[in-house]
Write a protein that binds this ligand. Structure first.
Ligand code: ATP
Ligand code: MG
Length: 277
């Protein structure tokens, strides 16, 4: 089946990102509701390559319950490429934090398990997400948690210049991405995803980005220094020992010491999830 822009009616804007805009749309013929991500300026060869890479990954990952489902793509007359995916109607964890406040450990154990499920699926297929953060983890009304946004991350992060324009994203980058030789060399992206997951869970628990004080504006140079030169952040004492240990296993500065997704799936913290263990 070939899709075309005329097949869809735009109902609302779901979010904006670096790459473009995500709309809630209705497929006119079937009345099915989807999310449609339209990346701007796909006539630019670099952006275009990035979007096509994103589509390729989504296509390869359709049978994982914790990765947002891909339903097709089409090109607009402007040259922009649109990606059709399942609607995650409860929004992102970033929005959830802003509207409902910090997460309980029980909730975070669920988030951790589902994201790790998605990551272990990806890593087993040699795919590193490279942009794990609250705004790229989505939830639906069945309380399913899924990883989204396979775009920007793949093509960025190799040099500091490239990072500068993406402070929000770079903040979740692991020490070895800034200084591969000092922190385990051999940057492969898999252990970097685990670092980003650790920071994400931390942020959702305390309510602000780990290396910053609450309300503090991020200063890129300061943040990079903190990530590379200070000890990894540790959770406050209000957190259970299991949770503290779990985050510690994610936030080892040496990339080789960090637990893998498969190992973390066996961590006792995940027993905090309702109805398990
Ligand atoms: P960024 O570069 O800022 O990470 P992006 O341009 O790559 O963003 P996405 O992260 O894919 O775009 O989407 C931006 C926002 O749109 C998300 O944070 C989320 O709020 C919303 N969104 C994306 N996909 C969906 C979806 N399938 N269902 C519901 N909302 C979505
Ligand atoms: Mg995003």
């Amino acid at each position: 089946d070939t899709l075309s822009p005329g097949d869809f009616e735009k109902l609302a804007v779901l979010g904006h990102g670096n790459g473009g805009t995500v709309y809630k749309v209705r497929h006119k013929v079937t009345s099915t509701i989807y999310a449609l991500k339209v990346n701007h300026n796909d006539s630019d060869p670099t952006t275009r390559r990035r979007t096509l890479a994103e589509i390729n990954i989504l296509r390869r990952a359709t049978d994982c319950p914790n990765i947002v489902k891909f339903h097709g793509s089409f090109e607009k007359p402007t040259g922009d490429i649109a990606i059709l995916m399942e609607l995650m109607d409860s929004g992102s964890l970033e929005t959830a934090l802003k509207t409902n406040g910090t997460f309980s450990e029980t909730k975070l154990a669920t988030v951790a398990r589902e994201v790790l499920n998605g990551l272990s699926y990806l890593h087993a297929r040699n795919i590193a997400h490279r942009d794990i953060k609250p705004s790229n983890i989505l939830v639906n009304n069945k309380n399913e948690v899924k990883i989204a946004d396979f775009g920007v991350s793949k093509s960025m992060g190799r040099t500091l210049e490239a990072c500068n324009s993406y402070v929000g994203t770079c903040a979740y980058m692991s020490p070895e991405r800034f200084d591969p030789e000092a922190y385990g060399g051999n940057y492969n992206g898999f252990s970097a995803d685990i670092w980003s997951l650790g920071l994400t869970l931390f942020e959702l628990y305390v309510g602000h980005f780990p290396f910053l004080q609450s309300g503090q504006r991020p200063d890129w140079a300061m943040l990079m220094c903190a990530i590379c030169f200070s000890d990894p952040p540790s959770l406050p004492d209000t957190a259970s020992l299991e949770f503290q240990d779990f985050v510690e296993c994610c936030l080892k500065k040496e990339s080789g010491e960090r637990w893998t997704a498969a190992q973390l799936l066996t961590h006792p913290f995940l027993c905090k999830e309702m109805d398990s263990c």
